[in-house]
Design a protein around this ligand. Structure first.
Ligand SMILES: C[S@@+](CC[C@H](N)C(=O)[O-])C[C@H]1O[C@@H](n2cnc3c(N)ncnc32)[C@H](O)[C@@H]1O
Length: 310
């Protein structure tokens, strides 16, 4: 009888322990879910805030008609503002319209985009239309060029430029790159100039590019990437100096995302070093680190990349 009581007690103890364990597990799971959700909400918050800042910055640039600050001047207090850091010279390109050139690019995507007469081209983050009008000169009357931008003031400026030149096969649409207002499998070529570094969700951006391209069609984008580890403070300073650095990824990660999206034959067609003056570098790097930086092993680069849809 005593033994029976004892084993009953033992069983109850085990049962209670199991219940306790389940409750602990459950609590741990709840904490984990809350953390994951919290992180996600935080990320969504920062992505939303980031995009709002980008919109405000480019809205201001469009309205004030600022030019010549590469990807955009980061700070008004920056004494180097006004120096063209990244922008290539567009003035000799066919289709060039001075009013559309706000000096915000970091390459010439149309140079390697293989655009043909009659093509339908989509330019993501089209700004005032600089690359759209260059692409229009290549596609001719039979083709179509559509610029997409999420800054209302930029779309307004681009539309005013379109009206000035009177092309009816050029259009500008207000919309986000993470949700491109364009049909599936409909573009021959997607181009973009110094924009994707500003998009918080680059995977979504490349997935959208993939979606809108026709089968076997391709993209050509110019963008800012980083190679090697840059001190955080130097990155901040470079952002003020040249813009478009804060959201830039490591080159390998950038190319990795493109390949993971499903693009093949991904090639970097051009690499350009973004020159940062020695006096800026000296504040953050030792002499040997500066040498490494100057030997192009570590630094900030503009790359022009192409990739093909299957
Ligand atoms: C550095 S400017 C480049 C403008 C233009 N490509 C050029 O070279 O003149 C970046 C442009 O991308 C737009 N942009 C940034 N993030 C975007 C997003 N997520 N969706 C749509 N447009 C975006 C901005 O409004 C801005 O006009």
């Amino acid at each position: 009888m005593n033994q029976k009581k004892m084993s009953m007690r033992k069983m109850n103890r085990v049962k209670n322990q199991m219940i306790l364990l389940t409750v602990v597990d459950l609590l741990a799971a709840v904490v984990q879910i809350k953390t994951i959700l919290g992180e996600r909400v935080n990320k969504m918050g920062t992505a939303k805030e980031l995009k709002q800042t980008v919109k405000e910055k480019y809205g201001e640039i469009a309205v004030k008609n600022q030019t010549g600050c590469g990807c955009g001047c980061g700070s008004k207090s920056n004494k180097i503002v006004g120096y063209t850091v990244m922008q290539d010279n567009y003035t000799n390109l066919e289709g060039y319209i001075a009013e559309a050139d706000l000096g915000l690019g970091c390459g010439v995507p149309t140079e390697y985009a293989g655009i043909k007469k009659g093509d339908t081209v989509v330019d993501l983050g089209s700004g005032a239309g600089n690359d759209v009008f260059v692409a229009r000169a290549i596609v001719g009357d039979e083709g179509k060029v559509i610029g997409i931008d999420f800054t209302l003031e930029m779309i307004g400026k681009a539309m005013a430029n379109k009206l000035k030149v009177g092309f009816d096969n050029v259009d500008f649409k207000l919309g986000e790159i993470e949700n491109i207002p364009f049909a599936d499998n409909a573009a021959d070529v997607v181009i973009s100039n110094c924009v994707l570094n500003l998009v918080p969700d680059k995977r979504k951006a490349f997935a959208e590019i993939y979606r809108i391209l026709k089968p076997e069609a391709h993209f050509c984008v110019s963008d800012i990437v980083i190679k090697g580890e840059l001190p955080e403070e130097l990155k901040k300073s470079a952002e003020m100096y040249a813009g478009c650095v804060a959201g830039a990824l490591q080159q390998d990660e950038y190319i990795g995302i493109i390949k993971e999206t499903g693009f093949n034959n991904v090639q970097i067609k051009k690499t350009k070093v973004i020159e940062i003056p020695d006096d800026v570098l000296k504040e953050y790097l030792s002499d040997s680190e500066i040498e490494k930086f100057r030997n192009n092993k570590v630094g900030i680069f503009s790359i022009t990349v192409v990739g093909y849809k299957n």
